[in-house]
Design a protein around this ligand. Structure first.
Ligand code: Y43
Ligand code: MG
Length: 214
């Protein structure tokens, strides 16, 4: 679908621009939000380029991405800044998760990030980690009251990748309660319990309350 940038919000207010270029996130967003009566449009479909993510907190980067998409489209926008925080690495790669290998001189890809992670944890017995997702919704670019929701999901980093679902660090993120990596989980199962799934449910509740729908 090709549309041009628009400066007019749609009348029913149900169209939300997803301020992300990550195909894995977009799949998960659409699966959860599509059933909740909102129409989602990926920012790429509206010609919105990647935003700068210069900050050191998920919250600030998510807000920057949401505002950027809303500014360029004139529509409400929802952004997700997320990442992997590893205890033995003092919370790294954290907000740098997407650029982890690149910042060490490698390329920007999931494969390079995963290889770098395994290298950094060589000989490290403490494997505890968590995924963090911070979602920010803005009704318009100057929204003084953005909706913010956060989710966290605890797991352990395994050297051996397993599974073909999901994206990013999922083949190396093992969930003891499920006895498998996130990439081995069915997509619906991941969406029910993941950091992003939890945050999206909270965001939806707040969004519906604001609309007077609940
Ligand atoms: O459920 C997840 N399963 C696996 N990996 C994940 C997940 N959630 C975040 N991650 C990783 C991927 C990426 O390395 C970084 C997000 O970085 P982040 O800047 O928020 O996203 P991005 O640049 O890929 O897309 P965008 O900024 O356009 O939304 O954390
Ligand atoms: Mg990003």
């Amino acid at each position: 679908m090709s549309e041009t940038l628009s400066s007019t919000p749609l009348p029913d207010g149900k169209d939300i621009v997803l301020a992300s270029n990550n195909a894995g996130k977009l799949r998960e967003f659409s699966a959860i939000l599509g059933t909740a009566g909102f129409r989602m449009i990926a920012q790429g479909e509206l010609g919105v380029p990647e935003a700068e993510e210069p900050y050191f907190t998920f919250l600030e980067n998510a807000l920057a991405k949401a505002r950027h998409a809303s500014l360029l489209t004139g529509r409400p926008a929802l952004a997700d800044d997320s990442g992997l925080c590893v205890d033995a690495l003092a919370g790294a790669p954290g907000v740098m998760s997407a650029r982890y290998a690149m910042l060490a001189g490698g390329e920007r890809s999931d494969a390079a990030n995963n290889a770098h992670l395994v290298r950094e944890l060589q000989g490290q017995p403490n494997r505890k980690a968590r995924y963090v997702a911070v979602l920010v919704y803005v009704g318009h670019v100057d929204d003084p009251c953005p909706i913010v929701a956060q989710g966290e999901w605890a797991g352990e980093i395994v050297d051996e990748p397993k599974g073909g679902n999901g994206f990013g660090y999922d083949p190396h993120f093992y969930i003891p309660a499920q006895g498998m990596t996130v990439a081995e989980l069915a997509p619906e199962a991941k969406n029910r319990i993941s950091h992003r799934g939890q945050a999206l449910q909270a965001l939806l509740t707040a969004l519906k309350a604001r609309e007077g729908a609940v």
